[in-house]
Design a protein around this ligand. Structure first.
Ligand code: 1AG
Length: 134
């Protein structure tokens, strides 16, 4: 476990979330609601087991996985597409590859100073989110 992301984190910036949602095919009305959200993440890391609970006033998303073990992800309440996801360490970054209908889909979490960073990728779009400890 190179890094421990455990804690409660609040979104402070969200660059190109719109482009990422368009790439995922999210409809206009949902995008309008989603882009004003300030989601919170609660991350629990216990060895190779990780849970990431993203909550907001509109929708919640719960992800639990074992690092290095591929699993089926349903993206329920997001774009609802199923994919095969695999999370691995790349040095101190936690990298998820989401294999499915959408090309180049995945995300990366890392720490920078006191901040938690999240890069969300889909096709040719990259969304960059920054969180601070609650
Ligand atoms: C994620 O983070 C994404 C978690 O996997 C949610 C973040 C962005 C939303 C993704 C796609 C947009 C689709 C629909 C928009 C509708 C509602 C937005 C709700 C946002 C709060 C749930 C990576 C990692 C573990 O932290 O999941």
């Amino acid at each position: 476990m190179p890094v421990d992301f455990s804690g409660t984190w609040n979104l402070v910036s969200n660059d190109n979330f719109e482009g990422y949602m368009v790439a995922l095919g999210i409809d206009f009305a949902t995008r309008k609601l989603a882009k004003v959200l300030k989601p919170q993440k609660v991350i629990k890391q216990d060895g190779d087991m990780v849970s990431i609970h993203t909550t907001s006033t509109f929708r919640d998303y719960m992800l639990q996985f074992k690092i290095g073990e591929e699993f089926e992800e349903d993206n329920k309440g997001l774009d609802n597409r199923k994919c095969k996801s695999l999370v691995t360490w790349d040095n101190d970054k936690l990298v998820c590859v989401q294999t499915g209908e959408k090309k180049n889909r995945g995300w990366t979490h890392w720490l920078e100073g006191d901040d938690l960073h999240l890069e969300l990728r889909c096709e040719n779009q990259v969304c960059r989110q920054v969180f601070k400890r609650a």
